[in-house]
Design a protein around this ligand. Sequence first.
Ligand code: IMP
Length: 423
Amino acid sequence: MAVNLLLGLQWGDEGKGKIVDVLTKNYDIIARFQGGPNAGHTLEFDGIKHVLHTIPSGIFHDKAVNLVGNGVVIDPVIFKKELDNLAKFNIDYKSKLLISRKAHLILPTHRILDAASEASKGKAKIGSTLKGIGPTYMDKTGRNGIRVGDLELSDWKERYRNLANKHEAMIDFYDAKIEYDLQELEQDFFEAVETLKSLTFIDSEEYLHKAQKEGKKILAEGAQGSLLDIDFGTYPFVTSSNTTAAGACTGLGVAPNKIKEVFGIFKAYTTRVGSGPFPTELFDEDGETMGRVGNEFGATTGRPRRCGWLDLVALKYAVHVNGVTQLMMMKGDVLSGFNTLKVCTAYKYKGETIDHLPYNIEPENVTPIYTEMKGWSEDLTKMSDKSEFPKELNEYIEFLEKELETPITIVSVGPDRTQTIHR
Ligand code: IMP
C-alpha cells in the first residue's frame, strides 16, 4: 500500500492542518515527518479553534493513529501543553499517539541558543520563531543530540548535563546578554519529560514498514513550506529541516518508490512570516486587506504575516521539487471583493524575463511581472458545491491549473472543516 504525502508549497501557513484533518477519515495513520513546535496548525470544527504544534493534525479523529516521526524535533514542555489541551477536550490521545525513538529533543538551552544566535545577527536575523529548532537540528547533524529513545537509558541525564554545559559556554560566546533561569527551565523540562515518557515510543520506520505490508493507508504530514526548505528554500531565511517531499523519506523511513500522491497545499495569495525575500509582497491597501480578511497572524508567534499576490514562478518551482500530483487551494474566500486580481507569472531578472526561480530573489534582483484577472464579489464562505462558484473564480482556478500543469482538487472557502469543496 502506498503512502500519500501532504505539504505546503509556499512559506508555510498554507492551511495544511485543516486539510489533514479533513482527509484523516480516509487514512489509518497520520505521520508528521519534520519540523517542531515552530509550526502552528490551526483546525476549526464545532465552533472551536484548536492549534497544534507538534502533534499530527489527525488527532481529533477516533480511528487514525498519529505518529511523530524521526525527522521531528520535540520540545517536551510545549508537547506537554499540547497534550493538556487535548485532555481538556477529552481526547484519548494515549491510545492513538506514537513517538519515534529517533526523534530529537529540544532542550531548554537550545531555545536560549536560538535567541542568542538571532540577537547576534542584528539586521540579518532570520525572524526565527525562537523555539530552538536551528540549534537542535545542528546538534542532530553534529551528532551531539539527545533522542527520545535515549530517555529509556539510565545515563541520559548525564548526557543531558554535558550537552547543556556545552550550550552554556556557547551562549556566553554569543555575548547576547540574554537573561534566563536555567534551573527553573530545567524543572519544567524534566517534569515534561516524565509526561512524554508516559507515551508509547516505537521504532517508527519498522512500524510504518509493517503497516504498509498490512495495507494500511498512511498520510505523511509536512510542516512549514517548501520555500522554507533548508536546501531549496530562500536560504538563509529558511527553517532547518527538509520541508519538501524528500523530507518525508528521511523523516519517516519511507522509501521514495512507496510515495504515491503528493498533495500540495497553497493559498490563493501569498504570505510570509519572518525575514527574507518575497517578490510579490504588497505594502498597499490590497496587502492590508488580505491580512485583515485572511486573519494573517502567526499561530505560533502571533506575528502579523506579510501578504502579497500569488507567485506562480515560486509555486511552479515548489510543484517541480515536490512532484506534486494534486493541488489544494486555500483561502479562496479571502480574495472575494477585489475588482482585479494579479498573479505573478514571470520575473524581470537582470534585464531579462524569466519564468523560473533564480538563485537570488532579493528585491534588487527581481521584479514580478503580473497577469491581471477579473475578480469576483460573491461571498464563497457559505458555498458547499463547485457548481455555486462564480465564473471568475473558475477562470482563476483554471488559469492556475494550466500554468502549473496540475489539477486543483480541493478549494477551501473558510477555516471550518465543512468549508471544503472537492472538484
Ligand atoms: P525557525 O524554524 O523557527 O528557526 O524559523 C525560521 C524561519 O521559518 C522564520 O522566518 C520563521 O518565521 C519561519 N517559520 C518557521 N516555522 C514556520 C511555520 O510553521 N509557518 C510559517 N513560517 C515558519
